[in-house]
Design a protein around this ligand. Structure first.
Ligand code: CMX
Ligand code: CO
Length: 142
């Protein structure tokens, strides 16, 4: 079901400062920046590798406000790894299969994610404490 790790999401207070740190320390490059109102974040994707089914990235996340998933996480736990996202061929099909195995779905239907992807989240309490995201990459442009 999982083809690859698409990204690791990292919660931070100051997106620009963290981008600068990752660029200068790990020589990574920002390939996309977005504000996603629905998810309550301002974010940047830094590419680690390219692959047939999609790339792999670090996703840096700054909350748009305190009353958002990342805002609450920062207040409770401070900066750090917020979620792990796995690439799947079909996020809707994966949700049906995983939901049928008793894991609570935070999204019944896929939502809009970074760089045109479709995403959905699984409850961390049902996945060993790890907030888990499923990502379906957009169709490749020829
Ligand atoms: N990883 C692991 N556990 C987490 C967590 C995380 N990122 N966020 C919250 N939890 C835990 C909390 O510690 C808490 O556990 P305890 O009851 O033992 O303290 C429990 O889950 C409930 O958390 P909460 O503080 O009540 O927080 P929320 O109301 O924000 O609900 C969650 C948590 C996961 C349901 C919510 O954050 C959510 O729906 N997330 C999915 C959407 C999202 O995270 N979007 C931002 C990223 C967007 C992107 O990647 O593009
Ligand atoms: Co993510």
């Amino acid at each position: 079901m999982f083809m690859r790790i698409d990204h690791v999401g990292i919660a931070c207070h100051d997106l620009e400062e963290k981008i600068a740190f990752f660029e200068r320390t790990f020589e990574l490059t920002v390939v996309a920046r977005e504000v996603n109102e629905e998810q309550g974040v301002k974010e940047a994707m830094l590419r680690i590798a390219d692959g047939e089914g999609g790339g792999s990235y670090i996703q840096l996340l700054e909350p748009l406000g305190p009353d958002t998933p990342v805002g609450r996480f920062l207040a409770k736990r401070g900066e750090g790894v917020h979620h792990v996202a796995f690439g799947v061929p079909d996020v809707e099909a994966a949700l049906g299969e995983i939901g049928g195995r008793g894991v609570r779905l935070l999204d019944e239907k896929p939502r809009h994610g970074s760089m045109g992807s479709s995403i959905a989240f699984l409850h961390p309490k049902d996945v060993g404490g790890m907030l888990t995201e499923l990502v379906q990459a957009p169709p490749r442009r020829l």
